[in-house]
Write a new protein. Structure first.
Ligand code: TRP
Length: 332
């Protein structure tokens, strides 16, 4: 039997180049050798967007389209929608007892999201505990591998803790250890140089971005603020254009030469930005084209998600039944 992948995204907007580098590329490759389940985590998205379920509902299709556009093959991978599987939330409820509030408050990703969203005293319990629901997503499929961006590593760590605690408490090796798999290139910064590319920060390049927009966004990219004249020596470190070239330009040797030239002086930002625009267009153009093909029949894409959800639900329901029987609940 093939090893199992469970991974996915919150549907809060179309996916961007950060997702592509961090996880989508891996998922396209790994679907050949793994049984892959892709969760569109609409219920998780509710934990910080509970006032806007319509936005989330609309983005389910956007994320599904992005998956298909990058090359997720629905005959190899199963795309499903989290809210269609009530058993996931049943598992979550039991898992909530296997983790402390203090441990959840220490989760670095949750911690920085809480700070970013200014929840303060109004922090919804659902938001604080979403890592537990994510653990249920993963464990209910007995996943071996989770290809995600590195900001998700703390979730995998918590998943393994919950699994271990379950196995220990109920004296059965039921859940196995799961591994996170990061992208081949660390975390992609935003076009403004901020640590993380994110649609809500307004610093992202979408996978469906039109050419003119790519050009505009590359023009705006943060370079070296002290590199005022072409002849001035420039700095490569922290220069977002070089970061993106490192991540996307297939000609690594040429990038090395360009870096040397830039450091010496005599190489303008314009030339580099032109090169990057072309490099990104080469990545995005085929994705954009496939996306518009799939977008011609949105009903078919949604049907695919529904069918995937039915298939995924069977897997989850089996796990949850076994889980309850191991715990000795629901069978009085
Ligand atoms: N937390 C992920 C995100 O922010 C989405 C997600 C939900 C997920 N459940 C998952 C990712 C399980 C990997 C595995 O986009």
């Amino acid at each position: 039997m093939k090893p199992i992948i469970l991974t996915g995204d919150r549907p809060t907007g179309p996916l961007h180049l950060g997702h592509y580098i961090g996880s989508l590329k891996n998922r396209v490759i790994l679907q050949e050798t793994h049984k892959q389940y892709l969760i569109i985590a609409d219920a998780q998205a509710m934990t910080d967007n509970f006032k806007d379920p319509q936005m989330i509902r609309e983005n389910i299709l956007e994320v599904a389209l992005d998956y298909l556009a990058v090359g997720i093959d629905p005959t190899l991978s199963t795309i499903f929608v989290q809210s269609m599987i009530p058993e996931l939330f049943e598992a979550t409820f039991y898992f909530l007892n296997l983790v402390t509030v203090a441990r959840l408050e220490r989760n670095p990703t949750v911690k920085s999201e809480i700070a970013q969203k200014n929840f303060e005293k109004n922090l919804p319990a659902g938001f604080l505990t979403y890592p537990v629901s994510q653990a249920a997503d993963i464990l209910c499929f007995h996943a071996d591998l989770v290809p995600v961006g590195d900001d998700q590593n703390p979730m995998i760590e918590q998943t393994n803790e919950i699994a271990q605690r379950f196995n220990h408490l109920y004296q059965k090796e039921f859940f196995k250890k799961v591994k996170a798999l990061g992208g081949h290139y660390g975390r992609l910064p935003g076009i403004d140089g901020k640590a993380k590319m994110s649609k809500s920060l307004g610093n992202s390049i979408q996978l469906s971005e039109p050419y003119e927009q790519i050009k505009k966004k590359v023009q705006k990219m943060y370079t070296d603020p002290h590199h005022l004249h072409i002849d001035d020596p420039g700095q490569v470190e922290g220069n977002v254009v070089f970061t993106f070239l490192d991540a996307f330009d297939p000609d690594a040797e040429e990038i090395l030469r360009l870096k040397e030239h830039y450091r010496r002086g005599g190489l303008g930002d314009g030339v580099l930005k032109q090169r990057l625009t072309q490099v990104l267009e080469e990545v995005i153009a085929p994705i954009r084209a496939r996306r518009s093909e799939f977008a011609k029949d949105k009903g078919e894409v949604l049907r695919l998600c529904r069918k995937g959800s039915e298939e995924a639900r069977q897997v989850v329901a089996t796990t949850v039944t076994e889980m309850k029987s191991i715990m000795g609940v629901g069978t009085f």
